[in-house]
Design a protein around this ligand. Structure first.
Ligand code: NAD
Length: 291
């Protein structure tokens, strides 16, 4: 049986680790939140008391952490993954971080003979629970093939999109589209509600036509009910819009709508919505129109 060391059992990592257990992997999990580790143990995983304990003896090590500082600390820091991992082991980082950080992690891994893939995901909490995530992978074809059984256990689609860091560039593009879609759906709701039409019926029409999207499909009811339980937190989308705009600067391209979306996300944070779902962009846009 392939053994997996899993670090980061949050909204996404917990269901992903459980799905790996269900697929027959032996999963040893660690998180700073002891409750999350205990819940994995209830689902057939093994609890670990530290990163080193989760990594020791694993065939594959995976991380699903919030942002660059946590990945840098857990992977590159003292008592981190790379201090314990054996040469030849596959390391897969599912976290959404900057492409250049993923490249730095890959270089540090190569120095120790560790095979590194960046593999950010899309599909949200529901996609993680249902094991239907889309996984955008940066690395070599050989390492991608070796990790494929892991991807198949947590996702529906996995594609190698280029060398290390490329997975993060595709994820940045994904977050640009997701943020932009939320902003436009929010504006559509504000317009319909203010005009006195049945916004629920209106969104049904949008969802069935050319304006249709996964966001309209999955989120129209909760948005209309102003239920902003996360899901994906505004704070994380703020981090992602920073990655998007930095990547655009490095690639020397202009993303005017991306800047607008980043401003909406920033406004949501400054209005105390950092821990709300990213669909809470609706609250910001509604407030702008005094609705
Ligand atoms: P989360 O905050 O719910 O989970 C992160 C987990 O990492 C937490 O349980 C936290 O305790 C743990 N952690 C932090 N520092 C740690 C450390 N030093 N050692 C061990 N554990 C540590 O975040 P999430 O929503 O699961 O997102 C994880 C990543 O996936 C982020 O990069 C996010 O951008 C990305 N993502 C999230 C979603 C979503 O819908 N939530 C969707 C796609 C991608």
């Amino acid at each position: 049986m392939t053994t997996i060391g899993f670090v980061g059992l949050g909204i996404m990592g917990s269901p992903m680790a459980r799905n790996l257990v269900t697929a027959g992997f032996e999963v040893t999990g660690f998180d700073l939140d002891a409750g999350a580790v205990a819940r994995l143990a209830e689902h057939g995983g093994k609890p670990a008391g530290s990163v080193g304990e989760a990594v020791t003896g694993a065939d594959v090590v995976v991380t699903m952490l919030p942002a660059d500082p946590q990945v840098e600390a857990v992977v590159l820091g003292p008592d981190g993954v790379f201090e314990t991992i054996e040469a030849g082991t596959l390391f897969v980082d599912f976290s959404t971080i900057r492409p250049d950080t993923s490249q730095r992690v890959a270089r540090a891994g190569a120095e120790r003979g560790v095979r590194v893939l960046d593999a950010p995901v899309s599909g949200g909490e529901k996609g993680a629970i249902d094991a239907v995530l889309s996984i955008m992978v940066g690395g070599t074809a050989e390492d991608f093939a070796a990790a494929k059984p892991v991807f198949d256990a947590v996702g529906r689609t996995a594609a190698l999109v280029g060398p290390n860091g490329a997975g993060q560039v595709v994820k940045a593009a994904n977050q640009l589209v997701v943020g932009g879609t939320y902003a436009l759906v929010a504006e559509a709701i504000v317009l319909m509600e203010a005009s006195g039409v049945d916004a629920a019926a209106g969104l049904d029409m949008l969802a069935g036509g050319l304006a249709g999207s996964r966001i309209l499909e999955l989120k129209r009811e909760t948005m209309l009910a102003r239920n902003f339980r996360p899901g994906f937190r505004i704070d994380l989308h703020h981090k992602d819009m920073g990655i998007v705009l930095d990547a655009a600067r490095q690639a020397e391209v202009s993303l005017p709508f991306g800047h607008q979306v980043a401003a909406y996300v920033q406004a949501a944070r400054s209005q105390g919505l950092g821990d709300s779902d990213h669909s809470a962009l609706l609250a910001v846009l509604a407030r702008q129109s005094a609705r």
